[in-house]
Design a protein around this ligand. Structure first.
Ligand SMILES: Nc1ncnc2c1ncn2[C@@H]1O[C@H](COP(=O)(O)OP(=O)(O)OP(=O)(O)O)[C@@H](O)[C@H]1O
Ligand SMILES: [Mg+2]
Length: 386
C-alpha cells in the first residue's frame, strides 16, 4: 500500500553542511530515503541548489522533468530573483526552499510532495470496471452459485484483472459459506462510515479469497445496521468501478430501492432462470418491468439459463419465445458438483476442475471479459506550483 512506499531523494547541494542539515530534516519526516549524489538511480525527488550557470541548471531540470526521470524538483538558494522563480515554476519546479533551512517549511514541502505522488498514483491507477449483477428470477435458481463461480472464473481466466464480489442479500448472504471464509467486515461497516469511504478504507474492509477475488459480504445478523441506501450504493459502486476491473454482485431476488439502484448502475445484468414455467414467467415479468420502468436498457440484460438439461419438456426455443429474447448462456445441470462445492466451501474450479460446469463458467467469464471495453482513463496532469 501507498503508506509503505519510500521515496528516494537526491540532494545536489554545494556544501556538505547544507547536505547534512537537509538530510537530517528529511530523515525526521519518514517515508524518504536520501540517496548519494553519485548514486546512478533516478530519484523520485531532486533537491537542487541554484548556483553558477542558472540557465544551464534550468535546462537540465526541464529535461529531467520532461523525460519523467524525476517526478519532482525542489530548488534552493540563499536568494533568488522573482524572474528566475517564475521561470522555475514554468518548467515544473514545485517548491522553492529558502536558506538557511527552516525545518517546518521543508517538512511541509515534503508533505505536499507525498500528497501529489499519491493523487498521481490513484489517478493513474483508476479503472473503468464493469459491474455485473446476477439476479435470480426465483429463489434457489442458483444466483449465489453463479455469482461466486463467475467471479472466481474471471479471476482465473483473466489473471490480469482485479475482481470484487459483493453480496446484496440482507441477512441471508451466503458468499462466505460458498468460499469458506470468515470475513472480518461486511457492508454494514461501509454504511456506518460512508463519509470515510475511499479506496484505502474499502481495501481494508474487503476480505481476500485465495482465488484473488475480494469479497464484501452482507451482515449476518439484524443488529441495527444502517441499510444501504441508493445513495450509498451509488457512492460505493462508483468507487469500486475505479478500483476493480469487474465487480460481481449477488443480487438475490431483492427489488428494494437500493437493489434497483444497483441494477441501474450495472453494466450487465445476468438474469438467471431455469426451464420451468413459473420461473420463465417471472423472467418475463422482470424483463418487462426493468425495461418498461427504464431501469435498464434491454441490451444490458442477458438471460442465463441455469440447470440446463437438453431433454427438457420445454425447449430452449420455447423458452426464448416465451420471454421474447435470446438466451445468452446455458449452464448445465450438475447437482453433485455444485452441491459438493457448496458443502466444502470451495469454488467449482477447485472442487471439480474438469467438469463441464466448470468449463462453462470459464466460457461465461471469457465471453464477458472479451466484451469489456478496455477504456483507460487519461491520467490527469497538473502544471505549475501545486
Ligand atoms: N447448475 C446447477 N446444477 C445443479 N444444481 C445447481 C446448479 N446451480 C445451483 N444448483 C443447486 O441449487 C441450489 C441453490 O443454489 P444457490 O444457493 O446458488 O441458489 P440461490 O438462487 O442463490 O438461492 P437463494 O435464493 O437461497 O439465495 C444448490 O443446492 C445448488 O447446488
Ligand atoms: Mg443465494
Amino acid at each position: 500500500m501507498e503508506m509503505d512506499k519510500r521515496y528516494t531523494i537526491k540532494l545536489a547541494l554545494t556544501s556538505l553542511n547544507l547536505t547534512k542539515k537537509l538530510s537530517q530534516i528529511i530523515n525526521s519526516s519518514g517515508g524518504f530515503e536520501v540517496i548519494a549524489a553519485v548514486d546512478t538511480r533516478h530519484p523520485d525527488l531532486l533537491v537542487m541548489e541554484l548556483s553558477g550557470d542558472v540557465g544551464k541548471i534550468m535546462k537540465g531540470i526541464e529535461s529531467l522533468l520532461k523525460s519523467g526521470k524525476v517526478s519532482d524538483v525542489f530548488l534552493t538558494a540563499e536568494s533568488v530573483n522573482p524572474t528566475i522563480l517564475m521561470q522555475a515554476m514554468r518548467i515544473g519546479v514545485k517548491e522553492f526552499i529558502a536558506q538557511p533551512f527552516d525545518d517546518m517549511e521543508i517538512l511541509d514541502a515534503l508533505k505536499r510532495f507525498k500528497e501529489r505522488q499519491t493523487v498521481g498514483a490513484v489517478q493513474a491507477g483508476k479503472k473503468n470496471g464493469q459491474i455485473i449483477s446476477v439476479f435470480g428470477s426465483k429463489g434457489g435458481v442458483g444466483t449465489t452459485t453463479v455469482a461466486v463461480n463467475l467471479a472466481v472464473s474471471l479471476a482465473k481466466c483473466a489473471g490480469q484483472y482485479s475482481i470484487a464480489l459483493l453480496d446484496m442479500n440482507t441477512l441471508f448472504g451466503e458468499i462466505p459459506l460458498f468460499l469458506e471464509m470468515e470475513p472480518k467486515f461486511h457492508w454494514g461497516e461501509i454504511t456506518k462510515h460512508i463519509d470515510r469511504l475511499d479506496d484505502t478504507f474499502l481495501s481494508n474492509i474487503l476480505t481476500h479469497h485465495r482465488s484473488g477475488v475480494q469479497v464484501l459480504p452482507s451482515p449476518a445478523y439484524l443488529n441495527g445496521h444502517v441499510r444501504p441506501t441508493p445513495e450509498i450504493m451509488d457512492k460505493l459502486l462508483g468507487l469500486m468501478k475505479q478500483m476493480f476491473d469487474f465487480v460481481i454482485i449477488d443480487s438475490g431476488q431483492s427489488t428494494n430501492d437500493s437493489s434497483l439502484k444497483v441494477l441501474q448502475i450495472s453494466d450487465t445484468l445476468l438474469l438467471l432462470s431455469i426451464l420451468s414455467l413459473p420461473c420463465l414467467t417471472n423472467t418475463n415479468k422482470l424483463l418487462k418491468s426493468l425495461t418498461d420502468l427504464g431501469y435498464m436498457s434491454p441490451d444490458r440484460i442477458k438471460v442465463v439459463l441455469n440447470r440446463y438439461i437438453k431433454k427438457n419438456e420445454i425447449s430452449l426455443k420455447d423458452a426464448e419465445a416465451s420471454i421474447g429474447t435470446k438466451i445468452f448462456f446455458t449452464i448445465p445441470n450438475e447437482y453433485d458438483a455444485t452441491m459438493a462445492a457448496i458443502n466444502n466451501g470451495k469454488p467449482l474450479l477447485e472442487l471439480a476442475p474438469k467438469s463441464q460446469i466448470t468449463k462453462t463458467f470459464l466460457d461465461l467469464a471469457a465471453s464477458l471479459s472479451n466484451s469489456k471495453a478496455g477504456e483507460v482513463k487519461k491520467k490527469s496532469m497538473f502544471f505549475g506550483l501545486a
